[in-house]
Design a protein around this ligand. Sequence first.
Ligand code: PEP
Ligand code: MG
Length: 576
Amino acid sequence: MIELKGIAAASGISIGPAYKLGKEDLVVSKEAITWADIPVQIQLFEEALIKTRREIIELQKRISTDMGQEEALIFDAHLLVLEDRMLIEEVISRLKKDQLNVAFIFSEVLKKYISVFSQIEDEYLKERTADINDVGKRILRNLLGKEKIGLGDLKDKAIIVAHDLSPSDTVAMHTKKVAAFITDIGGKTSHTAIMAKSLEIPAVVGLEGITAQVNSGDILIVDGLTGIVIINPDEATLRAYQQKLENLKGIAEKFLAVKDLPAITKDGRTVVINANIEFPDEMSSVKLHGSQGIGLYRTEFFYMNRKDSPTEEEHYEAYKYVAEQMKPYSVVIRTLDLGGDKFLSQFKIPHEMQPFLGWRAIRFCLARPDIFKLQLRAILRASVHGNLKLMYPMISGIEELQQANRLLQEAKDELKQMNLEFNHDLKVGVMIEVPSAALTADILAKEADFFSIGTNDLIQYSLAVDRSNEKVAYLYEPTHPAVLRLIKNIIDAAHAANIKVAMCGEMAGEPSLALILLGLGLDEFSMPPQIIPELKYIIRAVDFKVAQKFAQEALQLSTGTEVEKLAQERLAEVLK
Ligand code: PEP
Ligand code: MG
């Protein structure tokens, strides 16, 4: 039995067999062939290409039915790789020249392609490496006559063990055969971790070297709450975790019982508990968990994994759907936040040394009014179908907010000219996720309808800790006194200007921090849907006055560790 600790990324406990992804290392032997064998080898290659094409189309169909067309578009890029004449011709010409078996030739050509593409500076071309790798492995497996090894083929629920996960792997987890996943790299608020939460799959990331320690078939325990992973547990440990799992089920039922009740403290302070979504098809989970609205709709996932950009109509339809589904509750649409760790293949964003500090989010949108206004027009048009609001990401000062609002005004004028309807009173919020915005919140509050604190970024920028880097994850502390002071400053400035403050970073969904945030005066919490019942339960169990006292106590402490300890103790007192 081996016990390891990684970064808890998505809560829940899973016990089951390991399934190692991408590390099966297909062994390709090098075999000489004769001139006469060449037609047969070419035929094998063609059959492998056809079989691979069929598999991808099949997978695409399944994903399209299960998750929607948008997610299925990822596989268009894979199909394009299959049709790459250069790759196919190089294999055939080397086959004739070297007279070696086609599987070996293909694996050599594939290696060359991957190495060339991964060294290219251009982000668009660089991104193709993952597609080439994915498809190349499929072709190779078919050439070797092996069964395709992929998530789509999982027969029983298994725990995925991977170095990292590609977008297509993560999307394919929707098939529900994945019990949990663990990876070598990644941080708590990385893209993969956020996806795991929205798919409700327990996950532990940043387990450096885990892929070297686990074999497919090993029994694993994954505790997504503590970040503990146990390889081949002994009987006693297995029993202890099975018991813990049972207890968790009981606790979940207790929380679910309050999911449709208001989030009101014992002494009558009401807050709003909203959901974060990435895709419109999450609406059923949002409703199931008793959400009072959508506090963050991350629209950049709409642009991801496709070759073209979504049209204004596509944007409009998606926002209209979400608005209608949530009516009368509100839906906050966050405008395009690309850059940082989210790159889109359609827009040729230059490779930057510090992408999180570079041409990201609102900075990109202000420089590309064509792309930005298309989205703004769609949001405005959809606003007549429900209670929509919009917010801008990564605002660092008032001038950026004013510039964005000028473009919003232009978008409104364009719609007026076209006689298209929109809500003239659409509320416009600002995400506070850059320290300069947090420190000038009083200035921003004068021109914003509401704030939403993006702690995932606010923490990384204020503590200078890359949110997706496991090496510095120990420094990523939501409870750091600097973070608490910034949050207090934001809330106080907003309330002085009579506007509401929401929080949509992962910190808002940390049960142990709920009391402090409530006590600091936060008005709205937005989080992955499945945490909502627990948060409601906590809020309903406490007096606002008591939470205010906890918050004051927390503000007096000197370290994140002390705050964390206090938060855990106080939560236990309230829930006992
Ligand atoms: C945040 O930064 O806290 C946030 C909610 O936005 P994202 O995680 O998409 O950067
Ligand atoms: Mg952010």
